[in-house]
Design a protein around this ligand. Structure first.
Ligand code: AHR
Length: 350
């Protein structure tokens, strides 16, 4: 009898242990999922050279913004089995060292093409040399690299970031004229993207090339906010504390703009067409264009994330032995309350 009781007691303890372990396992899986640890995509195990399809290793730099999510989707919708591709996708979570690791892994797997969005411009010479020696063509997507020898990559498909920055400046020029304020002192703050990235460097250069023609444009501050909403908000809060009289915010992407607008409104000031502070943004995502239509963002300079098909066209040309250009720019537009129609909003897939 006593033995039976002991047996059932130990079975009970075992059951509890199994339940606790299962709960722990579920929790760890959910945590891993939440942290994006399982976000990389490989359709099926790939053993070097075992497929007739074109094997493309894609190193995405991260998932910091809505734009980036759309860019990833464009890649994943393009490099499909149906289209004749085998995609090996890696998300570097904003770390250059992760991208270098991914590139080396693509080289050792002998992929047919490497496609990557470099998080920053510098520091790629060695790994790209390794890819070149392995005979793997490298296609840059979205952002560019700053390397000694530009034969280390075949081409770059992306946006003209300098032009985007200039367009922000030209729009402001026109707007101030329209308001009869072309000669007044204008106090500007700039929220910059990830330090050292092509999009940050180009947009800064483009905007300041227009700003330097206007002595009355006073840039109170310019700070990096990493292309994220949280950082955009934090940096904007600091600027609002430091500078009492801000007329214009130039934000180098929509996610930082969302954070900045929250901070501005919480400080009691208003934004947009009828507001205290003019807001200039970049990207043209659906949420931001909705705010343009509502008059909260004055202008949004489009940065087109649908680059997968452009890259696939390049690969097709290379497969057919054709020459390709060193740089391809995607089509982009400038959006204000005047041209964000219902159609534009309904067609926007990101
Ligand atoms: O490099 C493109 C930029 O990176 C986009 O403007 C931004 O949203 C992204 O994070």
């Amino acid at each position: 009898m006593e033995k039976k009781m002991e047996q059932s007691k130990s079975m009970h303890i075992n059951k509890i242990a199994v339940i606790l372990l299962s709960a722990l396992l579920v929790f760890m899986l959910m945590l891993g999922w939440g942290l994006g640890l399982f976000a990389d995509i490989e359709e099926e195990p790939y053993v070097n050279g075992d497929t007739d399809r074109i094997v493309v290793g894609v190193s995405q730099l991260g998932s910091e913004s809505r734009w980036r999510t759309a860019n990833t989707e464009s890649v994943q919708n393009t490099f499909t089995q149906k289209n004749g591709y085998f995609l090996i996708f890696n998300n570097a979570r904003q770390k250059q060292e992760n991208q270098i690791k991914a590139l080396r892994s693509f080289i050792s797997q002998r992929v047919d093409y490497i496609v990557f969005s470099p998080v920053v411009e510098t520091g790629w010479d060695t790994v790209l040399q390794e890819a070149k020696e392995a005979g793997i063509p490298v296609i840059l997507m979205d952002r560019n690299v700053d390397v000694e020898d530009d034969s280390l990559y075949v081409t770059c498909v992306g946006s003209d970031f300098v032009k985007e920055g200039e367009q922000a400046g030209y729009w402001l020029e026109k707007e101030l004229k329209k308001r009869g304020a072309a000669d007044e002192d204008i106090h500007i703050v700039v929220l910059k993207g990830t330090e050292g990235s092509s999009s940050q460097i180009g947009r800064t250069e483009g905007f300041f090339s227009v700003a330097e023609d206007h002595d009355n444009w006073i840039v109170l501050g310019q700070e990096y906010a990493d292309f994220t909403s949280a950082k955009g908000r934090e940096v904007m809060e600091g600027m609002l504390r430091r500078y009492r009289d801000i007329d214009v915010v130039v934000s180098q992407n929509d996610d930082m703009t969302f954070g900045a607008i929250e901070a501005i409104r919480e400080s009691g000031r208003t934004v947009g067409v009828d507001g205290d502070i003019i807001v200039i943004s970049v990207d043209g995502t659906h949420d931001a264009l909705t705010m343009v239509a509502d008059g909260m963002i004055n202008v949004d300079i489009e940065c087109n994330p649908n680059q997968g098909e452009y890259v696939s066209d390049v690969i097709e040309s290379l497969e057919n032995g054709m020459e390709v250009e060193k740089q391809y720019y995607v089509d982009e537009n400038v959006f204000t309350i005047d041209n964000v129609t219902k159609d534009v909003l309904s067609q926007r897939n990101y």
